[in-house]
Design a protein around this ligand. Sequence first.
Ligand SMILES: C[S@@+](CC[C@H](N)C(=O)[O-])C[C@H]1O[C@@H](n2cnc3c(N)ncnc32)[C@H](O)[C@@H]1O
Length: 322
Amino acid sequence: MDNSLTRILVNGLTSSPKFIPTWYNYDEVGSELEHKCVMENPGYYFAKSQMSVLRDNIESIIPSVPYELTLVDLGSGNCSKTRLVIDELLKRQHKLKFYPVDISKDFLLKSMKKLSEEYDNEVEITPIAADYVQGIEELGKVVKGPKLILWFGSIINMSYDEQVNTLKMISTVMTNRCALLFSADITQDRPTILAAYNDKEGLEQRFVQHAITRLNNEHGSQIDLKMFTFHVDFISDTSSNRMSYVRNYIQAKRDILSAIPGLGIQLHMKKGERLYFHEGTGFSCKYTLEQLENIVDKAGLCLADTVTDENQHAIFCHCNVV
Ligand SMILES: C[S@@+](CC[C@H](N)C(=O)[O-])C[C@H]1O[C@@H](n2cnc3c(N)ncnc32)[C@H](O)[C@@H]1O
């Protein structure tokens, strides 16, 4: 982890309220746990909905252009959805250059080994193991020409300002021969949302709390999860310049003082104090169309088209530079 990410982690653990940024969940084990949630949590509607929107609309979702596209995938994960895009692009062009960007280095390299075996020499893969800031900077240097940029299932896990700023950053590597396709969650039904993020099997809890296990393993702390209660709630906000979100946190059962030697700090929590598993007010954000339009607009991009399914869970937003 580089210095700027370590600084964000330290800041989160010493600020008020305390938080661990969502990206810290994603090392190899965390990525596997997330994959398990997506596959085995029956209430996790978002991944299923994204897959079904893509399957039903893949031809129209990928822009029809008279030139070859290079594919970029921000927060590529295991590329389960990206494969549908790759297959469609390979119907239109013989070869494809593919740049997946992900913070979870070992998981990225493992996923790309599998992908390159599947597609042999039809897809030329250049993995970029980095966070979005460094990854987009690198893309700006090495990827020229028309691009299709995917950002699936990930904008939802950022604070409002980070969402706008990351879209702005993405726009800096786009020209009028590029398109951005990102997916977001437009579910507003409270019981459905709570069932997804607080499943009976505790898969989501295991994934989220992996941040503490990682902290203990990497930075020598001995934070005991038994000293906390785990909470999930959903905050609905449909006002035009905000969004709804899920909150995930642990709450101290008693005063806690635990050294984190690798970070040179102590975790100091009063009884009842919360530690959030996301930066900002929440994560797994839910949007109205107006809210999404405002975010895209603030980033200086143009929302050209949207596609959703009949259940109105996942929405795919096609954006161009203005
Ligand atoms: C919710 S998963 C989505 C994975 C994949 N795009 C999909 O739709 O199945 C988020 C992905 O983004 C990566 N990620 C999270 N925060 C990141 C950051 N700040 N920079 C780069 N990658 C990040 C994670 O490692 C993970 O693979």
